[in-house]
Design a protein around this ligand. Structure first.
Ligand code: ATP
Ligand code: MG
Length: 192
């Protein structure tokens, strides 16, 4: 199985590159952000709890996210693999993901770390905010999301470096297609 983690700061292009990866490699997409937004829309118990964290630019507590992810993973029948977008975001989430995949006889194949300069991230997110209608794409929440990224999520790179799974990708220079070429080269290298 090809299990890809797409990683990077908010606005780094995880969702955009995920779509291209899905088209090319036929893997399924699990975006924790999308799942949470659907829960909010459906006004579920999880949605109501998650909303407050998301609007403050904070992470939803690990145990809620890990439970949610396990349920989504159980509905996956795609034998080709999965792309994890927005998960893991903390060390406990990374450890939980490894355990869940190992229990299913598989593991993370590669982590693509989309690296983008901060000024570009802020610009992209503010532009997206004009059309996305996302309550977290405003300057104040963006600053707190970036801060959370640096303190809680970026340190995860080291976990995957130690696992031999980490690949850094320039996600800031060039077009979406240029960036996808770098992504493709990295994936093709691990699938041989
Ligand atoms: P982008 O998709 O542009 O990279 P993003 O990564 O900030 O932006 P989402 O992944 O959609 O956006 O996540 C939106 C919010 O949902 C996060 O700020 C956080 O509050 C919550 N969230 C999503 N995934 C997780 C997770 N794995 N753990 C905790 N909270 C999460
Ligand atoms: Mg996204």
């Amino acid at each position: 199985m090809l299990n890809i983690v797409i990683f990077g700061a908010p606005g780094s292009g995880k969702g955009t590159q995920s779509e291209l990866i899905i088209k090319e490699y036929g893997v399924s997409h699990i975006s924790t952000g999308d799942v949470l937004r659907a829960e909010i829309k459906g006004d579920t118990e999880l949605g109501r709890v998650a909303k407050d964290y998301i609007e403050k630019g904070q992470l939803v507590p690990d145990e809620l996210i890990i439970d949610m992810l396990a349920k989504v993973l159980d509905t996956q029948k795609n034998k080709k693999g999965v792309i994890f977008d927005g998960f893991p975001r903390t060390i406990p989430q990374a450890k939980a993901l490894k355990k869940m995949l190992n229990e299913r006889g598989t593991d993370v194949s590669i982590l693509l770390d989309l690296q983008v300069e901060e000024s570009i991230l802020i610009h992209r997110l503010l532009e997206r905010g004009k059309i996305s209608g996302r309550s977290d794409d405003n300057l104040e929440t963006i600053q707190s999301r970036l801060n959370v990224y640096h303190t809680q999520t970026a340190p995860l790179a080291q976990f995957y470096i130690e696992e031999g799974k980490h690949v850094a990708i320039d996600g800031g220079n060039g077009s979406i297609e240029d960036i996808f070429k770098r992504v493709e080269a990295a994936i093709n290298k691990v699938i041989g």
